[in-house]
Design a protein around this ligand. Structure first.
Ligand code: HEC
Ligand code: HEC
Ligand code: HEC
Ligand code: HEC
Ligand code: HEC
Ligand code: HEC
Ligand code: HEC
Ligand code: HEC
Length: 334
C-alpha cells in the first residue's frame, strides 16, 4: 500500500500536466491531443466531444492556416479530424459556434520535434510524451470504431482499410517512400500489445520502442551481419538508434530517412554545416559536401554519403568502399 502511494506521488506531477482540455461552461471537451504533449510524427488527430445542445458547429484550426468546419449531426457528440503539424510549437484550437455566436473555445499547445532542425530537436521541459491508447480514451471511441487488433497477423492486408488501425492512422503510411511492414499495416510487428489496459491506466496499450534497434534487427538480420563484420561502426548505429535517422513508417526521402541525408548528418555533425569539409587525405583542403553534381551517381548532388557509409566500414572515418585510395578516384578519374 505504502509503495503504491509513493508511486502515485511520482506519477502525479508527470501526468497532471496532460489530460483532456475541458470548457467547464459548455462541457465541450478535447479528448485528444492532450496539452503539452510531444509528437514525433507530422500529423495528429483532434477528437472533440460536445455535450451542450447550444453548439451547432465547430471550427478546428491549426498552424499554417489549416481550418476545418464541422456541422453537428443529430445524435452525434464526438467529432474527429486529422491535422498536420509544423516543427516546434503548434496551437490547436476548437471553437464551438451556436446561434448566438461563440459557444466555448478549447485549445492545446503541443510540440512536434524534428531531428534535422537544431532549433526543434529538444522540446522545452514543459512538454512530455503522452499515451493515447489507455482504457479511459479507448472507451470513448468504441461506440464507433474498432479498437482491437485484427485477428489477421503477420500477413499483409490486401486492402489496408481492412486494418482496424487504418481509419485513424492512415497518414503515417501515405508519404512517398513507405516501409514494408508499415504500408502493409503490420503495425504490431513493432508495436506489440501489452494487454495491460485493465490494470494500468497510464501507459499505452502499444509498445512505443524508444531503443528500437532490437526490433529493426530481427528483420534486418542480414544487414546486421554485414555491419558487424566491418572494423569501424557509426556510434548511433551501434547504439541501435535507428529511428534517429529512419522514420519507421514512411517519409518523402529515400530509405524513409527523417530528413535529406546532408541535413541529417549535419544535425549531429554541426561543424560540417558550412558546406565545406577539411580533408587531409592526399593533401586536399576544403572539399565541397553539397551544391555540386556527384560524378559517381548521375542525377544526385554530392552529399556526406557520397564518401561515407552511414552504418559501418572497413576504413577509418567510415569511408565508403574497401580501400582509402579508392574513394577519390571514384569521382576524380585521371
Ligand atoms: C459518434 C461516433 C464516433 C466516435 C464516438 C468517435 N469517432 Fe472517430 N470517426 C467517426 C466517423 C464517422 C469518422 C469518419 C469521418 C467523419 O465522418 O468524421 C471518424 C474518423 C476518425 C478519424 C479520422 C479523421 C480524419 O480526418 O481522417 C480519427 C483520427 C478518429 N475518428 C479518431 C477517433 C478517436 C480517437 C475517438 C475516441 C476518442 C473517436 N474517433 C470517437 C465517428 C466517431
Ligand atoms: C479510433 C482511432 C484509433 C484507432 C482505431 C487506433 N488508434 Fe492508435 N492512436 C489514436 C490516436 C488519436 C493517437 C494519438 C496520436 C495521434 O493523434 O495520431 C494514437 C496513438 C497511437 C500510438 C502511439 C502510442 C500511444 O498510445 O499514444 C500507437 C503505437 C498506435 N496508436 C497504434 C495503433 C494501432 C497498432 C492500432 C490498430 C490496432 C491503432 N493505433 C488504432 C487513435 C486510434
Ligand atoms: C518497423 C517498426 C514499426 C512499424 C511497422 C510501425 N511502427 Fe509506429 N513507431 C515505431 C517507432 C520506433 C516509433 C517511435 C517514433 C520515433 O522514434 O520516431 C513509432 C511511433 C508511432 C506513433 C507515435 C507517433 C508520434 O507522433 O509520436 C504512432 C501513432 C504509430 N507509431 C503508429 C503506427 C501504426 C498505426 C502502424 C501501422 C501502420 C505502425 N506504427 C507501424 C515503429 C514502428
Ligand atoms: C517485420 C519486419 C521488419 C521490421 C521489424 C523492420 N523492417 Fe525494415 N524492412 C522490412 C522489409 C520486408 C523491407 C523491404 C525489403 C526490401 O525491399 O529489401 C524493409 C526495408 C527497409 C529499408 C529499405 C531497404 C532497401 O534496401 O530498400 C530500410 C531503410 C528499413 N527497412 C529500415 C528499418 C528500420 C530502421 C527498422 C526499425 C525501426 C526496420 N526497418 C524494421 C521489414 C522490417
Ligand atoms: C546516422 C544515421 C543512420 C542511422 C543511425 C541508421 N541508418 Fe540506416 N541508413 C542511413 C542512410 C543515410 C541510408 C541511405 C544510404 C544511401 O542512400 O546509400 C541508410 C540505409 C539503410 C538501409 C538500406 C540500405 C543498406 O545499407 O542496406 C537499411 C536496411 C538501413 N539503413 C537500416 C538501418 C537500421 C536497421 C538501423 C539501426 C540499427 C539504421 N539503419 C541506422 C542512415 C542511418
Ligand atoms: C544522432 C547523431 C548523429 C547523426 C545523425 C550522424 N552522426 Fe556521425 N557520429 C555521431 C557520433 C556520436 C559519432 C562518434 C563520435 C565522434 O567521433 O564524433 C559519429 C561519428 C562519425 C564519423 C566517424 C568519426 C571517426 O573519427 O571515426 C563519421 C565519418 C560520421 N559520423 C559521419 C556521419 C554521416 C555521413 C552521417 C549522415 C549519414 C552522420 N554521421 C550522422 C553521431 C551522429
Ligand atoms: C568528398 C568526400 C567526402 C565528403 C563529401 C564528406 N566527407 Fe567526411 N571525410 C572524408 C574523408 C576522406 C575523411 C577522413 C580523412 C580526413 O579527415 O582528412 C572524412 C572525415 C570525416 C569525419 C571524421 C573526422 C572529422 O573531421 O571530424 C567526419 C565526422 C565526417 N567526415 C563527416 C562528414 C559529414 C557530416 C559530411 C557531409 C556534410 C562529410 N563528412 C562529407 C571525405 C568526405
Ligand atoms: C563523390 C564524388 C567525389 C569524391 C569521392 C571526391 N571528390 Fe573531390 N570533388 C568532387 C566534386 C563534385 C568537386 C567540385 C568540382 C567543381 O567545383 O565543379 C570536387 C573538387 C575537388 C578538388 C578541387 C579541385 C577540383 O578538381 O575542382 C580537389 C582537390 C578534390 N576534389 C580532391 C579530392 C580528393 C583528394 C578526394 C579523396 C579524398 C576527393 N576529391 C573525393 C567530387 C568528389
Amino acid at each position: 500500500m505504502k509503495r503504491l502511494f509513493i508511486l502515485a506521488g511520482l506519477l502525479f506531477p508527470l501526468y497532471a500536466l496532460f489530460g483532456a482540455v475541458k470548457d467547464e461552461r459548455t462541457g465541450m471537451e478535447l479528448i485528444s491531443p492532450p496539452n503539452y504533449s510531444i509528437y514525433h510524427e507530422e500529423t495528429l488527430s483532434v477528437v472533440v466531444t460536445l455535450s451542450s445542445p447550444h453548439v451547432d458547429k465547430i471550427m478546428i484550426s491549426a498552424e499554417s492556416n489549416q481550418s476545418s468546419e464541422i456541422f453537428r449531426q443529430k445524435g452525434r457528440d464526438t467529432y474527429c479530424k486529422t491535422m498536420r503539424l509544423i516543427p516546434g510549437e503548434n496551437t490547436i484550437t476548437v471553437k464551438g459556434i451556436g446561434k448566438d455566436g461563440s459557444a466555448g473555445i478549447l485549445s492545446a499547445i503541443i510540440y512536434h520535434d524534428s531531428v534535422s532542425e537544431k532549433m526543434y530537436k529538444y522540446p522545452p521541459e514543459k512538454y512530455g510524451k503522452s499515451s493515447f491508447h489507455i482504457l479511459a480514451n479507448e472507451k470513448k471511441c468504441i461506440p464507433c470504431h474498432k479498437m482491437g487488433v485484427n485477428g489477421q497477423q503477420g500477413i499483409a492486408f490486401e486492402n489496408p482499410s481492412d486494418s482496424n488501425c487504418f481509419v485513424c492512422h492512415e497518414k503515417l503510411t501515405t508519404r512517398g517512400q513507405g516501409h514494408a511492414p508499415a504500408i502493409n499495416w503490420l503495425c504490431t510487428a513493432c508495436h506489440q500489445t501489452q494487454n495491460k489496459l485493465e490494470s494500468d491506466s497510464q501507459g499505452s496499450k502499444f509498445i512505443l520502442p524508444g531503443h528500437i534497434g532490437k526490433v529493426c534487427l530481427t528483420c534486418h538480420q542480414k544487414e546486421k551481419e554485414t555491419w558487424e563484420e566491418k572494423r569501424f561502426h557509426h556510434m548511433p548505429v551501434d547504439a541501435q538508434q535507428c529511428t534517429r535517422c529512419h522514420n519507421p513508417h514512411s517519409s518523402e526521402n529515400r530509405y524513409y530517412l527523417k530528413a535529406k541525408a546532408w541535413e541529417l548528418c549535419t544535425s549531429c555533425h554541426i561543424d560540417k554545416r558550412d558546406g565545406n569539409h577539411f580533408i587531409n587525405t592526399f593533401g586536399s583542403r576544403n572539399h565541397p559536401t553539397r551544391g555540386k553534381p556527384d560524378p559517381s551517381r548521375p542525377g544526385h548532388e554530392i552529399e556526406c554519403i557520397s564518401c561515407h557509409n552511414p552504418h559501418a566500414s572497413n576504413i577509418r572515418s567510415l569511408i565508403e568502399g574497401e580501400s582509402p585510395m579508392g574513394i577519390c578516384v571514384k569521382c576524380h578519374k585521371k
